[in-house]
Design a protein around this ligand. Sequence first.
Ligand SMILES: Cc1ncc(COP(=O)(O)O)c(C=O)c1O
Length: 362
Amino acid sequence: MVFERMPLEIWFDKYQFEVDYDIGESGMKYLSVKDLGIDLNEIELRYGYHLGNPELRAEIAKGYRSLDFENVAVTTGASEGNFSVIGHLVGPNDHIIVEHPTYPSLYQIPRSLNRNLSLFKLKWDNDFRPDMDELRRLVRPNTKLITLTHPNNPTGSVITEKELKEAIEIAEDVGAYLMVDETYREMMFETPPPLAATMSSNAISLTSMSKTWGLPGIRIGWVVADTPIIQAVRAVREQVTICNSSIGEAIAKAVLEKRETLLKERREAMMANFVVLKEWMDNQDWLEWIEPKSGVVGAPRLRRRGSTDELCQLLVTKYRTFTVPGSHMELDGHLRIGFGGEHEELVKGLDMLKQALREIHS
Ligand SMILES: Cc1ncc(COP(=O)(O)O)c(C=O)c1O
């Protein structure tokens, strides 16, 4: 068993701090403590409850209809949730199906653990939509977990309620779980499909404060599921992080208590940015895309085809603009553009992208 670094995170670690314009990030522009106006002075810097502060868990549970705080495990970002669920459910003789492309840890964890992994591919020719017949073909008697990511990173594809129900049935038929990474769900352009965990005791929802709320630095995410899964997440995380950061939990709680007001502002900013990106895409000659249906990322490809490595490298070094080359997300030929950042930064970054595209095509 060998844990190797993920190419996506190597790229971030190397370049994201070295640029002037970031149009590759997959979340809304990050916030500072000052922006939030939260007083942190009274926070006790002790170990916390291993499943998360009960008040925070109750605040989170309010979003999940029939479920309550016992169905919530607060984790160190969605990342720890992913690790815990996969680590617990998928043993050495089990099979896991992971929708692809996605955030790489979802397939990299089973690879590192040497598990039997099948990739459920979203294809350009199918508008990056999940094909349920294909999912049915991939399932085996020993499949223990199917993971989907919707809205999808990096394609912006969105599953329908009907497809989600079908995916749950496919999992249930073999006694497997379906886990949906819903990290981008609050950034839907239209009404989102239901939260997976509210649909079946075999469905697991997972999300994070990192993207919609622009708070990746507090490292808070959560898993919502039937209580045996929640208890298992606790067992795994006790061996890795024990509990969450008390400062992170306090910030998450304060933000979620104001979620409606904050969400409105953030969605307006996201939609205004999407208009800019869409217009830019309509008026350039070198890239084509399947328009994202939601979230704050899209994955255009070069019309002339071929790798985007040279483009992204040129952009980051000469034009000080950050995007993500598709090769770092197993989607070579594409690049990830994020439109959740500041408006001006997006406009400038797209201008730099245009110049770099012109340069590589001259
Ligand atoms: C779909 C998805 N899941 C999980 C993560 C991990 O995020 P975090 O651990 O910050 O919640 C990311 C980050 O990009 C993501 O895109």
